[in-house]
Design a protein around this ligand. Structure first.
Ligand code: UGA
Length: 430
């Protein structure tokens, strides 16, 4: 058992802290927001993430997990300090490291000799060095150990990682970090800090590339009369390609891919390398938002959106999360608004009150259920792949809509079944 401090209780910090306690370590999680710490100390998790609340509650019950206000109250006895702080997009597209650097300066004088400080957040190449400088200590270690969890399956991903990556100059510090994960069955790659930092960006950018690629193929399918589902199936059987991350849709979003792809372009640019491939990946993604708006417009009677109502199913950036950050659905909604449409939306994780305080939802009527959203709408667009949208009463949906039109931007529904029920069905790439 090791004594661990986790600084920051956002997605990565909270999941990391809870799972490190779950695998037997003594963990103190620190945050600056008192209300959040109070809630977490009661076992009340402010984000919707499968299994996370159970993990937090069992950690609190066992006494292995605690929450405190202020990082200085967490690090005194810690052998390991995980930095899980935000790295928002800064000016020029690069990651803004100011939270991490400020915390390093704050914690430097407080750490016990021999402490290992671990960068868990996605940080640009060179950040390990910047944290070392911020700490200003020759007797502590700084190690990169990026996190690869996905929202919606964060707990599962932490407990069943594909790999554990550790970037360290000191072999002894790397071995100590590896020992934290003794109970996890996964390959451990020990490398230098810069390679470790780049592995995280290269992985996210590659996944984004796969999605932009399949979206481009889906667009091509539409013009040559092919079916992207068949194309992906035929590609995926090739083990070098695989089936994962080849689901076409309205484009990729969320708190990671948009920010990390831009940051990687900037990292390359600053180093004098023109990463044109990744620029193309980002461009395809932005075009995809507009293509979805075009698709919805084209499906409406006379291809007119102005003055019409569109029903939208799904607002979060993907299913099984309540996260609206950089959501492709909201990008499409914005374009529908620009073209004069009103939007009535339903999402299982967005409630009508939220629309009054959340500026991202400005102008959207949030409905209590998917049927209500369809009332009088010229078309319904599926923009997030919530499973419950498959199992609706589609006769009722058809009767509520002003015209029986479904634009399935996630290829969630069965086109034949929809057409049999009398809908004009439009998918992506088929
Ligand atoms: C992503 C990575 O998958 C994680 O490995 C990484 O740890 C995380 O970012 C991070 O850097 O913290 P996440 O943002 O939670 O995880 O979401 P993903 O499941 O990767 O989905 C990202 C976007 O791509 C979503 O908008 C999703 O709908 C879209 N997507 C995904 C597709 O359009 N098609 C696909 O086939 C897969």
């Amino acid at each position: 058992m090791s004594r661990i401090a986790v600084i920051g209780t956002g997605y990565v910090g909270l999941t990391t802290g809870a799972y490190l306690a779950h695998i037997g370590h003594e963990v103190i999680c620190a945050d600056v927001v008192k209300e959040k710490v109070d809630r977490l100390s009661r076992g009340d998790v402010p984000i919707f993430e499968l299994g996370l609340e159970d993990l937090v509650r069992s950690g609190l019950k066992s006494g292995l997990l605690r929450f405190v206000v202020g990082s200085e109250r967490a690090v005194g006895d810690a052998e390991f300090v995980f930095l899980c702080l935000p790295t928002p997009q800064g000016a020029g597209g690069g990651a803004d490291l100011s939270f991490i650097e400020a915390e390093a300066e704050h914690l430097g004088p407080l750490l016990a000799p021999g402490t290992v400080v671990i960068n868990k957040s996605t940080v640009p190449v060179g950040s390990t060095r910047r944290v070392e400088r911020g700490l200003g200590r020759g007797d502590v270690f700084v190690v990169s150990n990026p996190e690869f969890l996905r929202e919606g399956s964060a707990v599962h991903d932490c407990l069943n990682p594909d790999r554990i990556v550790i970037g360290a100059d000191s072999a002894a510090a790397a071995t100590r970090v590896a020992s934290l994960y003794e109970r996890i069955n996964a390959p451990v790659l020990v490398t230098d800090p810069a390679s470790s930092e780049l592995i995280k960006y290269a992985s996210n950018a590659f996944l984004a590339t796969k999605i932009s690629y399949v979206n481009a193929i889906a667009n091509l399918c539409e013009v040559v009369g092919a079916d992207v589902k068949e194309v992906v199936l035929g590609m995926g059987y090739d083990k070098r390609i695989g089936f994962e991350f080849l689901r076409p849709g309205p484009g990729w979003g969320g708190s990671c891919f948009p920010k990390d792809t831009k940051a990687l372009v900037k990292i390359a640019q600053d180093a004098g390398y023109n990463f044109g491939l990744l620029d193309g990946v980002i461009d395809v993604n932005v075009e995809q938002y507009a293509r979805m708006a075009d698709k919805i417009q084209g499906a409406c009677p006379d291809a007119v959106l102005d003055g019409r109502t569109v029903a939208v199913w799904g607002l979060t950036f993907k299913a099984m999360t309540d996260d609206l950050r950089d959501s492709p659905s909201l990008e499409v909604v914005r374009r529908l608004h620009e073209r004069g449409a009103s939007v009535r939306a339903f999402d299982p994780q967005v409630n009508p009150q939220q629309a009054q305080t959340d500026r991202r939802l400005e102008g959207v009527t949030i409905c209590a259920d998917p049927y209500d959203a369809c009332t009088g709408a010229a078309a319904v667009a599926v923009l997030t792949e919530w499973d419950e949208f498959r199992w609706l009463d589609f006769e009722k949906v058809r009767d509520l809509l002003a015209a029986p039109v479904i634009v399935d931007c996630r290829n969630l529904l069965d086109p034949a079944a929809m057409r049999k029920r009398g809908f004009a069905y439009h998918g992506v790439g088929r």
